[in-house]
Design a protein around this ligand. Structure first.
Ligand SMILES: [Zn+2]
Length: 228
């Protein structure tokens, strides 16, 4: 897996241009712990709670703007639009009302791209297939790792089977079989639009993660369009 990470075509993307603004900025926590030695348990617990809260606030306090990736500065000529037979963007990245009515307000971690059932899905970038998903939300899905990026594809057609000990997406009608650990070239057909998981119609849910953060795929698509 490590080898595959190194051999990615990802060198095409000038990573030095991707700047996580204030991520490296030192956060000073000045807490005088001496009085804690003499205080009773309720106060100790209160102290711990305050420290935890401080840590949480410090970690979360870094705003999305400060952390924003410099997507505009990247070179995206090696990227592929992730689905054939594009119809429409049906749900953007960000907070939204639940499309299935469930819990109401929720965070939508990707971009929904409608396409007729059976349309081929293409890998956005070359990388390694690190996870074959089979759950209630995503349904049948794939996670591809490309350097510090992960791209996620949900609601695919086909089934997940274990072949030679490796989770594998098998879509016989589409002529697709991809196994966990496999290298995937950019723009390779990796699956087809299906109806698996939590979905109200055929579409690709496409997610992008950089490091441990979700990135709005629309920003990347805009930069890709610019570089065409
Ligand atoms: Zn979605």
């Amino acid at each position: 897996m490590q080898l595959a990470r190194k051999s990615l075509q990802f060198s095409q993307l000038p990573l030095q241009d991707i700047v996580i603004g204030d991520a490296g900025e030192a956060v000073k926590l000045t807490l005088d712990l001496k009085p804690l030695r003499r205080v009773s348990w309720p106060y100790r617990l209160l102290g711990c709670a305050v420290m935890t809260l401080c840590l949480v606030l410090c970690l979360n306090g870094r705003s999305p703007q400060a952390q924003a990736l410099n997507i505009e500065a990247g070179s995206w000529t090696g990227a592929s639009f992730p689905v054939e037979n594009f119809q429409a963007y049906t749900s953007p990245f960000g907070f939204r009302n639940s499309p299935t009515g469930g819990r109401g307000y929720e965070f939508h971690s990707g971009l929904d791209i409608a396409a007729p059932e059976g349309s081929y899905i293409r890998s956005w970038w070359g990388g390694t297939l690190v996870e074959v998903i089979n759950d209630q939300g995503c349904g049948v899905g794939l996670v591809i790792e490309s350097g510090d990026w992960e791209h996620i594809y949900c609601h695919l057609a086909g089934q997940v089977q274990t072949i030679q000990g490796r989770p594998t997406l098998v879509d016989r009608r589409g002529g697709i079989q991809v196994s966990q650990g496999q290298a995937i070239p950019s723009a390779a057909r990796i699956g087809r639009v299906g109806m698996s998981g939590r979905t109200t119609g055929p579409h690709l849910h496409w997610g992008l993660r950089y490091g441990d953060r979700w990135v709005d795929p629309a920003l990347v698509l805009r930069a890709m369009h610019r570089d065409r």
